[in-house]
Design a protein around this ligand. Structure first.
Ligand code: ADP
Ligand code: ADP
Length: 237
């Protein structure tokens, strides 16, 4: 589903954020990328939806070499990639349900959705995804009334409502306490598997990675230093 072929990326300030990265992620895998701050995890993710473009090498997503995509095809690809952020990125003053139906932007007629008119089917989909995450009783509450963990679970419901093929979660639990982090990781993994999605999660804690990942990719100074399954990590340590 996602392939990096000899990918290197140097930012304009000279920082080499990625150095000859080669990885191949299959459809349906739940992969955790682990590494310290500055290791290149975010940069790797932003290559996948072409927010940044590698200096060398190719990134292939769902069979498409993304450096070669025209704007219109890139827009379609971006609707197929759902993103989860560390700080949730909800619209604070909007209800939880509205925040979730926003996942339909890009699918639904842009004008109607911009003025807040989503089709009934989209609202039903959003409500159903809130149910799947177990947070539907908060549907009509303002987003900023929820705890951090609840807000992150709302953002998972939003990403599901987008109906993507791929989910990229950049440090989704970095602002949460350990029990809440576990709940968010558990929910994210469960729904990814239910929907057959390919999911990449950036984390800086190996313990969470070991508990939830099908596969762990370790990064240090822009390089992939480990790529394998949980039992292989344990053997090495
Ligand atoms: P994290 O470790 O969570 O990725 P960072 O502090 O490294 O957080 O980066 C936060 C944001 O700032 C990222 O989106 C990244 O693109 C940007 N950023 C990080 N370092 C630099 C830099 N040296 N110059 C410009 N932008 C940067
Ligand atoms: P991580 O997500 O693992 O914390 P990043 O991909 O954010 O790592 O950063 C990798 C390196 O690239 C860091 O040294 C960071 O400072 C640098 N960096 C990130 N974004 C930018 C940017 N937009 N401009 C310049 N340097 C950046």
């Amino acid at each position: 589903m996602i392939e990096f072929k000899n990918v290197s990326l140097r930012y304009s300030n000279g920082v080499e954020a990625l150095k000859n990265v080669n990885i191949k992620i299959n459809k349906g895998e739940f992969v955790v990328i682990v590494g310290m701050s500055g290791a290149g995890k975010s940069t790797l993710m932003t290559c996948i939806n072409r927010m940044v473009v590698p200096t060398e090498g190719e990134v292939i997503v769902d069979g498409q070499t993304i450096s070669k995509l025209k704007e219109s095809k890139l827009r379609v690809l971006r609707t197929q990639i759902g993103i989860i952020f560390q700080d949730y990125n909800l619209v604070k003053r909007m209800s939880v349900l509205r925040n979730v139906v926003v996942g339909r932007l890009g699918h639904t007629s842009t004008f109607n959705s911009l003025i807040g008119r989503f089709p009934q089917a989209d609202l039903q989909l959003a409500m159903n995804n809130l149910k799947r995450i177990g947070i539907d009783e908060k549907a009509y509450v303002r987003a900023d009334q929820l705890s951090g963990g609840q807000q992150q679970r709302v953002s998972i419901a939003r990403v599901l409502t987008q109906q993507p093929k791929v989910i990229l979660a950049d440090e989704p639990v970095a602002s949460l306490d350990p029990p809440t982090s576990h709940q968010v990781m558990r929910d994210l993994k469960r729904v990814s598997k239910e929907d057959g999605l390919t999911t990449l999660v950036n984390l800086h804690f190996i313990d969470l990675a070991m508990e939830y990942a099908d596969r762990i990719i370790g990064m240090r100074d822009g390089e992939v230093v480990f790529d394998g399954h949980i039992d292989e990590v344990t053997e090495q340590t």
